[in-house]
Design a protein around this ligand. Sequence first.
Ligand code: ATP
Ligand code: MG
Length: 391
Amino acid sequence: MNCSYLIKLSELTLKGSNIRFFEKKLLDNIKAYLKHTGAHIALRAGRMYAEADEAYAKDIEYALAHLIGISGWARARICEKNIEAVKKAVFEEVQAAKEKGAKTFKIEARRSDKNFPLTSYDICREAAAPVCDAQLLAVDVHHPDLTVHVEVRERCFVYGNPHKAHRGLPVGTGGKGLLLLSGGIDSPVAGYRMLRRGMSMEAVYFHAYPYTSDEAKKKTEDLAAVLARYALCMRMHIVSFTEVQMRIKQAGPENWSTMLLRMCMMKAASAIAREVGALCLISGESLGQVASQTIENLSVTESAGDIPLLRPLIGMDKEEITQSAIAIGTYETSILPYEDCCVLFAPKHPVLRASVEEARLHYEKLDCSALIKKAVAEREIKRFFAQRDEL
Ligand code: ATP
Ligand code: MG
């Protein structure tokens, strides 16, 4: 037996003449999730269809639960284009929902094929009749437990409540970004936000072993693995910043240590970005959240890099970011207690309103270009792929 899915595309349907580029990327992405399943995937008139052997239903649902560029999906019953077949499929759908506890229902019909002899209204009325006659569920047009959708296209598709998807633009349509990924709550969400704008992504993590633990590194790798579920593939650059941190501690003013570290991170990340073809850096900063994120200090951080720095969370509050982290599955890992290098070397009274000029003077005194170059050259690289690990 086969399982079939009907998938709604998201905002890429608003694209003009370059829509094919976005559609092709979306198809490539879903096929990458499902290459081991032999699934048949098709894209027609703003809808995507996936069909595979029943044994692969969970694989398809995993893909659709992570695929970016679709607004919703549902497992569908496909039937012939006649009202008797539709009535039977609707009846089965209602019966299945009743077994799961639904008490009320309504039907919504959409007739894309205008040659079908019944109007949408007629389809609803005819298909509801057997359900009502059998007193399976009661009709509630305002707040039904189940809405049965009937779409008349090249065939008829009947499905129950659809699942919401991630929307956004297909990963790989928006250039590549390099995410500064720490073990905190914010940066994974920042990465996810830019994936949803179609970016493909690599990540960079700075650690300072033995001042930061292997657990802290493992935690960040786990976060990269979660992001890979959406990105399909995520390369992670792990840079040892111990020597750079020691130099900052020796040669920089104590209250400047966080800002100097952030400037060094920007230098190193810019170099890696250039090497891997990333067109921007992405960070999880949000205005005013901590001392290093006042507008003055954000300007200092930015001044140290030489490619654009995107801050998708800049206007979000912690609660919104946390909700997003829970929704994408990074929160549980992010709140594990292992500290990253920013926290360990944090000064008691950090400079709050740094000036770019003063920052440059302190930075130059560190004379750490060679140390940064060495740390970048000696970095470790790991790869993570979308895996159906939680099934
Ligand atoms: P997060 O929750 O993402 O750790 P945060 O609120 O703790 O952020 P900071 O520690 O000031 O804020 O870091 C700001 C941003 O700098 C992070 O969101 C991340 O993009 C980047 N960053 C911080 N520490 C690291 C690190 N060790 N490796 C890579 N990037 C980092
Ligand atoms: Mg942090």
